[in-house]
Each structure stands twice: as C-alpha cells, then as structure tokens.
Design a binder for this molecule. Sequence first.
Ligand code: UD1
Length: 423
Amino acid sequence: MDRLLIEGGARLDGELRASGAKNSASVMFAAALLADDPVIITNVPHLRDITTMIELLGSLGVEVVIDEKMNVEIHANTIKRFTAPYDLVKTMRASFNVLGPMLAHYGQAEVSLPGGCAIGPRPVDQHLRGLEALGAKIEMEDGYVKAKVDKRLKGARIYFDISTVGGTEHIMMAATLAEGETVLENCAREPEIVDLADCLNAMGAQVEGAGTDTITIQGVERLGGCEHRVIADRVETGTYLIAAAATGGRVKVRDTNPAHLDLLLNKLKEAGAEISLGDEWIELDMKGERPRAISLVTAPYPEFPTDLQAQIIALNCVAEGTGTIKETVFENRFMHVHEMNRMGANIRLEDNNTIAIVEGVDHLKGAPVMANDLRASVSLVIAGLVAEGTTVVDRIYHIDRGYEQVEEKLSNLGASIKRVASS
Ligand code: UD1
C-alpha cells in the first residue's frame, strides 16, 4: 500500500490543469449502457474509480477501448451478462448506477448493493423507489438488487424525498428509454447532472431542465452513440485553490469552470485571497498572508459542496481566528478532524458530530496520519503541506480514487511530496 511523504512549509506557487470530473465521467460510463452504438467519452481522468468502472463494464462483457489520451469508447451492444458483482460495486458507490440503464435497455439487471466511501450509511432507497415508479419489479436477494421489467419502463411523476445526486442521475438515465413522459421533482442540481443530461441528449435522449429542481424526460425507443467531453472537476480545482490559500501561496488552475465554484471563491476571498478569473481559469493569490478562518454550512449545489468541507477544515487549522463548519449532507464526515488534532490542530466537534469548531493555531506538526475516505485523505495532505516537519499520509488508495497525479501536480507547485511504498 502506498503512502505520501510530505515535508511541510513550502508555499505553493504555479499553474496546473484541472482534470475531467470523476463524478461526471463515472456516471457517463453507466449511461453508455443505454446506447445501441459506441459512446466516446473524452477528458476522462486517469483514476482508480474510473478503472473500477471500466472493469465493471468489462465484467458485463462490454468492450471498452481506451486510447493514450484517456478517450474512452464504450460498445454497450457487446454486453453478455447483466450482473454487476459485489467485488466491484463495493469499492465504488457510483457503479450501482449501472442498474437503471441495464434495466431500461435490456429489461433485466442484477447489481450488488453498493459500498463506497465510509461516510455514513448512504442508502439507495430513492434510487429503488424511482425505478419501481417507472415499473421495475425489484427483489433483494443475498445483497443483490434484482430488477426486471416486461418490455419497457413506463414514464412517471417522481418526487425525491431528499436531494440526491446519484438518485437523480440514476432515474434520469433510466427514464430516457421509458415509454412516455417522466417528470422528476426535487432533483439535485449539481453541474455533473447537467453534464450527464448533455451527454444523454447527444445520444438522442430528450431531457430538459437538468440543473433545476424539475427534470422532464420524453422517453425514446432507442439511443445512439455520441462523443462527449467531460466537464472540469470542480472538486479537484477547489482542492488546489484551498491548498494554495492554506500555504499563503499562489496558484492558477487552467481548463476549469469558475461558474461552478462561486461559493468557494467567495469564501476564499473572505479568507483574504485575491481571486482573478477568465472563462476557463481561476487564479488565487494569498500574497504570503495567513488565511482568515472560514465559516460555512455544506448543502446540495449551489450551496457549499460537502466534497470540499474537509479541505476547508485543513485551511482553518492554521488560519487566524475561529471557523465553524456545519455538515448537513452526510453523517459521519468529520473523521479527518481526529487526525488533524493529532497534528496539533484545535478542533472540537459539537451537536452530535455535525459541527466542527476550528480555532486556528500558528503551526501544525507533522505526524503519521491516515483517513478512510477520499476527501478526508486529501485534506490530510493539505494539513501536511502547512505542518512543520514530515507528515506521512497512509492509505492513499483513497486519494488515487479521485485525484489524478496528486503528487506530480503538487510537486510542480513547489510542494515537497513523494510517494513511497509501505513496507
Ligand atoms: C455524490 C458524489 C459525492 C458527493 C455527493 C454529495 C458521485 C459519484 N458522488 O454522491 O462525491 O459527496 O454526491 O454532493 O457523484 N441518500 C439517501 N437515499 C438515497 C440516496 C442518497 O438517503 O437513495 C442520502 C445520502 O445518504 C446522503 C445524501 O442523501 O446523506 C446525499 O447523497 P447523494 O447526493 O445521493 O450522494 P451520492 O450521489 O452518493
């Protein structure tokens, strides 16, 4: 198992390119199962979660061709099996979303209940309720969801009880091949949902309203192939901006979309950052200053993303003043806090572990740390960058799930970071 070794203290300074969004690309691989012709997805990041999705498609017998630029061509009509096994689905929750597309296209699917990050129970009730409303017959057996439909799914009006990104995407995909109209209400509005709708429409689907809370889908009889470029990863972009701000540094992120990071950019300005923007780039400059503490509440888009909460806590650890962070999207998403306290941070959890109050300290001290979720792991890397001495971040397979070439990108910005194999 690899670890990251970080010598703290360097001020980040330089430029980098944002990778394609993991959360868009992975669900588009599931969407490709709806098509009769090859679907080509470009700007795909080279990540473990993507490899897992490719393996999953492979296990269904689907041919996938990848070129050296990570353009991925998926030939869904070569499918031979309709069962997505536990071994693959457990490592990545988004892979559960192959259920709806397989069912809508082929009338049958068996998919293991998901695993994914260790952040709360993360149920799939909204997914299953949505598919049932579209006419699916669903049984649970030995940890598998077994779904069937006679002929086609049927359009329906479905109201989501909570804002769910994966649930909205899942039912939106399934409804594209249903008979008649589907209206989805109280939908999540994340940019990745809009990106997925654009991809589906390029395949010949008729999806309207993605990015608002009501999505209307006119079902079509078949979907064809398309070529679609994945949007920039807003969470990766945000992570590097926060890392630069925490170190008092400067960074320019290219090939990204500033419109997707409005709230973060405002928060970073509150922290004292100077921000300049172009159509496809963001530059942040702290001019060597210590950041001021940030307070925020995480909530579904367009509010502050839960996927950037841990990184902001890392910044707050060394900021001037006290920041209060409330997590409302996931239960149990403050596991990084205990590791940061071991590095000398002053964070206390309140209100049944839903609020973290961070009193900034002058310095963190390097330590061996580990985390068991993707964003928590990268927040420990940021903590390592601002700590005195050496930090060893263990279990970085979590980081490899979602951050392309993290040590190369950070080294290019001047960080002292290297990957070592655990003995
Ligand atoms: C997606 C993102 C993840 C991000 C999250 C919230 C992908 C691959 N992952 O995850 O990075 O942190 O959105 O922005 O896109 N819930 C239910 N029942 C359901 C579905 C969800 O109760 O059927 C709950 C979850 O437990 C959670 C909340 O709803 O508390 C939000 O989850 P959801 O938006 O579905 O997250 P994901 O799609 O899994």
